[in-house]
Design a protein around this ligand. Structure first.
Ligand SMILES: [Zn+2]
Length: 460
């Protein structure tokens, strides 16, 4: 048995690990590379293997950097099964349809005369039909129920506590046991139940996004959110929250609901201005089996939906969204995209960022070169929808909403899994992976620790 690390090796995106067992090939994930448009397109357009020779795919969770090239895999002739949890399957459809729509929009935009640039891609990687074909090849499995893959490996999903449906993958074949974290959440994270360890494994493949960092207490984040809202309300301003549609938005809604119930914020309207986020919130609310004790205690046992409350308004169409631009009343507006690069949040920023009463509240990671990053860095002028505007709004950041576990969680996941001899560290920037590697070496000098470079193959 051998493994080749084809993505999320020496970086955080494009997760793809190919396991070869005799004649059989099993692909762990088929994620999209994200980053600068041209560079990402070059990495994504050609898969680094023959899709027709892959026997099966196992997916840990729905995020695009883990799932985003599945439709391309199918378009290129893959005809096996794609295994995942029911929760992952539920959120995968809207995510991939959105990805196909964004690719089509980008292609249309960059093929226009004004924007045409020969160095830029103008072709989508796949379309709606490819997504639908891929969705028909999904096989779902509940967590902690073992199933056979490609007639050769026994696989069990264990909760990863990262996003809805997320799983760690336990694979047994050729006398070896591999445990792959996918993306690992953390104990005590909002809404979702905690990660679960495998009963035993020889080899751990661990993510390392925050291999060198420690998170703040999550309840402090809620208190800080309350204070920011009260301060902005006192100035008669709006709070604009650029947010990712899946998970982050539901966490913010959950905290707002708790703050309203506790009487810690005034009754101001909350607008959820994103059709995709509305769709995910509805899916999320149906998966009550995924919710933790706190969510049961404060919401479900009181017959309340954690993500729905009196002050919440859903802006389903563009007309609803535009009406918000003319209103001068205090409000909380949650809109995508999370890094302000697309979506309706740009219109809200354009109309409000010059107003000193406004607060722009950043709740997620902002990649380099994005509008969100420029705002966070405190640039005094920014370009929004081709207009230069002055930033007079207050800019606040809440760092406590990460869906990834910190160093403490990553180490605990390994220490508490009996049998580990070898560890591969993936899905992290170099520095984070190295810090985690050094810490693990101190925990147990007996562990063989590798930080694989892209396309490196190892015998297992
Ligand atoms: Zn993820």
């Amino acid at each position: 048995m051998k493994i080749t690390f084809l993505g999320a090796a020496g970086g955080v995106t494009g997760s793809k690990h190919l396991i070869t067992i005799g004649e059989k090939k099993i692909l762990l994930e088929c994620g999209m590379f994200q980053g600068r448009r041209k560079e990402a397109y070059e990495k994504n357009k050609v898969l680094p293997f023959d899709a027709t020779k892959i026997d099966a795919v196992i997916l840990s969770h729905a995020h695009i950097d883990h799932s985003g090239l599945l439709p391309l895999l199918v378009k290129n002739g893959f005809h096996g099964s794609i295994h995942m949890t029911p929760g992952t399957a539920d959120v995968l459809e809207p995510l991939l349809m959105d990805s196909a729509a964004i690719q089509a929009e980008d292609a249309a935009y960059y093929s226009k005369k004004d924007h045409h640039d020969d160095t830029l891609p103008i072709k989508p990687l796949y379309n709606d039909d490819d997504v639908h074909k891929m969705l028909s090849m999904i096989r779902t499995h509940d967590r902690e129920k073992t199933f056979r893959v490609a007639d050769t490996a026994d696989v069990t999903f264990y909760n990863a506590g990262h996003i809805l449906g997320s799983a760690q993958i336990h694979l047994r074949a050729d006398g070896k046991e591999i445990f792959f974290t996918g993306d690992l959440g953390s104990r005590g994270k909002k809404i979702l139940t905690d990660p679960v360890r495998a009963p035993h494994a020889d080899i751990m493949i661990t993510e390392s996004t925050y291999g060198g960092r420690f998170h703040k207490d999550r309840n402090k984040t809620r208190d800080e959110l309350g204070k920011i809202i009260r301060d902005t309300y006192a100035r008669h301003g709006k709070v604009i929250i650029p947010s990712f549609a899946l998970e982050r938005t539901q966490e913010v809604l959950y905290d707002l609901h708790r703050l309203f119930d506790l009487g810690k914020i005034p009754q101001i309207p909350v607008f959820l201005d994103s059709p995709l986020a509305i769709a995910f919130t509805e899916i999320f609310a149906r998966h009550t089996d995924a919710f933790d004790e706190e969510t049961h205690e404060f919401f479900l046992s009181r017959k309340k939906n954690p993500f729905s409350f009196g002050a919440l308004r859903l802006s389903r169409n563009v007309g609803d969204s535009k009406r918000l631009n003319t209103s001068k009343k205090p409000a909380i507006i949650i809109a995508g995209s999370g890094m302000c690069e697309g979506g309706r949040v740009r219109h809200h920023l354009l109309h409000n960022i010059e107003d000193p009463r406004t607060t722009v509240l950043i709740v997620g990671y902002q990649a380099q070169h994005t509008l969100g990053r420029k705002i966070v860095e405190g640039q005094k002028h920014v370009m929004i929808l081709n207009q230069r505007v002055k930033v007079n709004a207050r800019i606040e950041t809440l760092g406590g909403y990460s869906a990834h576990g910190d160093q403490k969680e990553l180490v605990a996941n390994i220490v508490e899994t009996p049998g580990i001899k070898k560890i591969f560290i993936v899905h992290g920037d170099d520095e984070q992976s190295k810090i985690l590697g050094n810490v693990l070496h101190k925990v147990s000098p007996d562990w063989e620790i590798k930080i694989p470079k892209p396309e490196k193959t190892f015998l297992l």
